[in-house]
Design a binder for this molecule. Structure first.
Ligand SMILES: *[C@@H]1O[C@H](CO)[C@@H](O)[C@H](O)[C@H]1NC(C)=O
Ligand SMILES: *[C@@H]1O[C@H](CO)[C@@H](O)[C@H](O)[C@H]1NC(C)=O
Ligand SMILES: *[C@@H]1O[C@H](CO)[C@@H](O)[C@H](O)[C@H]1NC(C)=O
Ligand SMILES: *[C@@H]1O[C@H](CO)[C@@H](O)[C@H](O)[C@H]1NC(C)=O
Length: 300
């Protein structure tokens, strides 16, 4: 059936044809107003995952980058991190600015080099030199919004290409003094890096996990308008779309499992469940087709 092939192709091609169409997340009005007050940041502003908002001004000539990165910190202690990574969209290698809300309510802020050791849970302490020139760095509470925000001015070194800069962020709710402790291990906490064009405001590339999520969402949103003449095709389309989505979701889950790295047993449990579901689907499919063919033969 050529139409189902066409639809298949369409489902998988669409996200690649319009990879940036989900890129319409401008900041909340409250945040825009507050950061314009606090640091006169009014050029660019974008909503990010983990409920964060990121505003910045950038001057190409001077390479001066003013940033405001805000989010709620709902637990009693917590930390908010924002950084640039010359190596890629990843945690390791990030030159990070981190603000910490202590149990006592006091705020502190420091610069950190995020390394492979940090990822492995070794001691994570501030460093004076993170390889970028940071000034006017502070961590403030925006009372009206109940947001905490990192404010800073960076003179972007020439080895950073401002039209494709890797921005990384994270939120955690535990700290020991000036050492931020491990963030939550949910998938949301891995959708926290992207490549941004500082001047056009375009997101050049999302995190790998977010891209997969986007692809699933795009497939779900695809609803062509057929008239009655194409009812049969429409049904067939739905039929195959269902299977395509199941396949996509299964792959996404495996990717999620890979990212979160749980105990080995989980993966096998998941494979078992998928296998059983596959067998049930197959049996139902055979049943449906047999019934359909028998019915057609009996009236034809
Ligand atoms: C930012 O604040 C300035 C001075 O208070 C004001 O004139 C300007 O309209 C504000 N801009 C935005 C985008 O809110
Ligand atoms: C942090 O990284 C910068 C840039 O690579 C390096 O110059 C600096 O020595 C590092 N600091 C520490 C404490 O490792
Ligand atoms: C940081 O940038 C400022 C402004 O351009 C400059 O005056 C200062 O010397 C720079 N510091 C370093 C360590 O590069
Ligand atoms: C920066 O990235 C853009 C877009 O990928 C590219 O066209 C440009 O040549 C790069 N500039 C430098 C100095 O590498």
């Amino acid at each position: 059936m050529s139409i189902s092939h066409t639809l298949y192709a369409l489902i998988f091609a669409l996200p690649f044809l319009f990879p940036l169409s989900a890129d319409a997340h401008s900041c909340s009005e409250g945040f825009l107003i507050e950061i314009n007050k606090t640091k006169s940041i009014n050029q660019y502003c974008r909503k990010k995952t983990l409920g964060a908002e990121f505003g910045w001004n950038f001057n190409i000539k001077s390479r001066r980058l003013d940033i405001a990165f805000g989010a709620r910190l709902d637990a009693e202690t917590g930390w908010l991190a924002w950084g640039l990574n010359p190596l890629g969209r990843q945690m390791v290698g990030t030159r990070a600015l981190i603000g910490i809300k202590q149990h006592s309510g006091s705020l502190e802020w420091h610069k950190y080099n995020v390394t492979e050791l940090t990822k492995r849970g070794c001691q994570f302490l501030p460093s004076d030199d993170i390889g970028i020139n940071v000034s006017d760095f502070s961590f403030v509470y925006l009372e009206k919004l109940e947001y905490y925000a990192i404010l800073a001015t960076i003179f972007l070194p020439f080895e950073y290409n401002f039209s494709r800069i890797n921005v990384v962020w994270q939120i955690g709710d535990a700290a020991a003094g000036s050492e931020p402790l491990m963030h939550a291990n949910s998938l949301r906490n891995f959708d926290t890096a992207e490549t941004v064009d500082l001047v056009s405001e375009k997101i050049v590339s999302y995190s790998a996990h977010y891209q997969r999520h986007l692809r699933t969402m795009m497939a779900l949103r695809l609803k062509p308008k057929f008239n009655d003449k194409y009812r049969a095709y429409w049904n067939m389309y739905h039929h195959f779309l269902g299977y395509a989505l199941l396949a996509l979701i299964s792959v996404n889950m495996f990717e999620g499992i890979k990212i979160l790295r749980p105990a080995h047993a989980w993966k096998w449990a998941y494979i078992g469940v998928l296998g059983v579901l596959g067998a049930v689907a197959m049996a139902l499919e055979v049943f449906t087709w047999t019934k359909f063919l028998l019915y057609r033969n009996s009236i034809g």
